[in-house]
Design a protein. Structure first.
Length: 331
């Protein structure tokens, strides 16, 4: 098992850039960490292999972790990762979904789509990365579970969490490949069963339909900043008819393609205008960066969505964030 730490193996180098390089080369390419405090950032990573599973334990200080649409072009291979929050709390976003993770909770991440993880405090995670074709033999439509909460409060999920954490010491043992593959199959079957129990009856009956829906969402997320993104351009990009695109989207999303695009852009704008790192950028600049090309249209749509103007929303939520930071400094 390989081990890395900002306190030991990475000492003597710029912490954040060294950590980003290690994480990208050892676990997930083109993922960027943005610490709350670059000078005091602390992180550690243990990585090992169990058959087709690449398993990692990560301890990381307060930060945001993100894979942007721009970085996806240089990512090769399709993988998924089960993410278990062992300690601390975080917020995971993917496919327009947002899930708050606490100890014992799982979520599933698709490395071929943009995503972010906001870590609120010193936290520990265990991640199991698996190739898409391997996972689909156990979980036929994994895209449908990305960004959803598999709560640790359920008894069966607790079993899955216990097994996942118990794998870490076994990575130091040189087991024969046959046994590694057998263990990995059992782990993936357990994870698939946990998801089936938690989401029984909520998923499409057709794996083909689920795959088409996921491809449409993934295409939108990758091109959300493009002002020319539209149902027609999406249909062309996916080589589908506009009518078929509307049909497969409505079957599961419950909203039109255009409404989904607008909602996701507004959500990303709302997140960014309250991000302290973007305080120096105007609201119009942020809106245009997410594909809007009319300031009045953006303001009107934002008010309808959040019941406040973008300026008032920024002021109110920046104050709330500021209060949280102040309390954190006093405790």
């Amino acid at each position: 098992m390989e081990s890395y730490s900002t306190a030991t193996t990475l000492s003597g180098r710029p912490r954040v850039s060294a950590w980003n390089e290690v994480y990208s080369t050892r676990l997930a390419p083109q993922v960027q960490f943005s610490p709350a405090d670059r000078n005091r950032f602390s992180a550690a990573l243990d990585v090992g292999v169990m058959g087709p599973l690449r398993i990692a334990r990560m301890q990381v200080d307060r930060c945001s972790i993100e894979r942007t649409p721009a970085s996806l072009a240089s990512v090769h291979g399709r993988f998924y990762a089960f993410v278990l929050q062992v300690r601390g709390h975080s917020l995971f976003r993917q496919y327009g979904r947002e899930v708050a993770l606490g100890p014992g909770d799982f979520t599933l991440c698709d490395n071929a789509a943009p995503h972010s993880l906001q870590v609120d405090e010193m936290s520990e995670f265990v991640m199991m990365r698996v190739a898409a074709d391997v996972l689909r033999s156990h979980l036929p439509s994994p895209e449908e579970f990305c960004g959803r909460l598999l709560s640790g409060a359920g008894g069966f999920t607790h079993c899955a969490a216990s097994l996942t954490t118990s794998l870490l010491p076994q990575l130091e043992i040189a087991l024969p490949e046959e046994y590694q593959n057998r263990i990995a199959r059992n782990v993936l079957d357990l994870m698939a069963t946990s998801y089936a129990i938690a989401f029984d009856g909520t998923q499409p009956t057709s794996a083909l339909l689920a795959g088409r829906q996921a491809a449409a969402r993934r295409y939108i997320e990758q091109n959300l900043r493009d002002p020319d993104l539209s149902p027609s351009s999406i249909a062309r990009g996916l080589k589908l008819s506009p009518r078929y695109l509307r049909m497969i989207f409505a079957a599961n999303q419950g909203e039109t393609v255009s409404n989904y695009i607008l909602r996701r852009r507004l959500e990303e704008c709302a997140r960014q205008i309250t991000d302290p790192r973007w305080q120096g950028h105007t609201i119009t600049e942020i809106a245009f960066g997410w594909g809007f090309n009319s300031a009045p249209h953006f303001t009107r749509s934002f008010r309808e969505r959040f019941d406040a103007s973008p300026r008032d929303y920024r002021r109110t939520n920046m104050q709330v964030l500021g209060g949280k930071r102040t309390r954190a400094m006093l405790t």
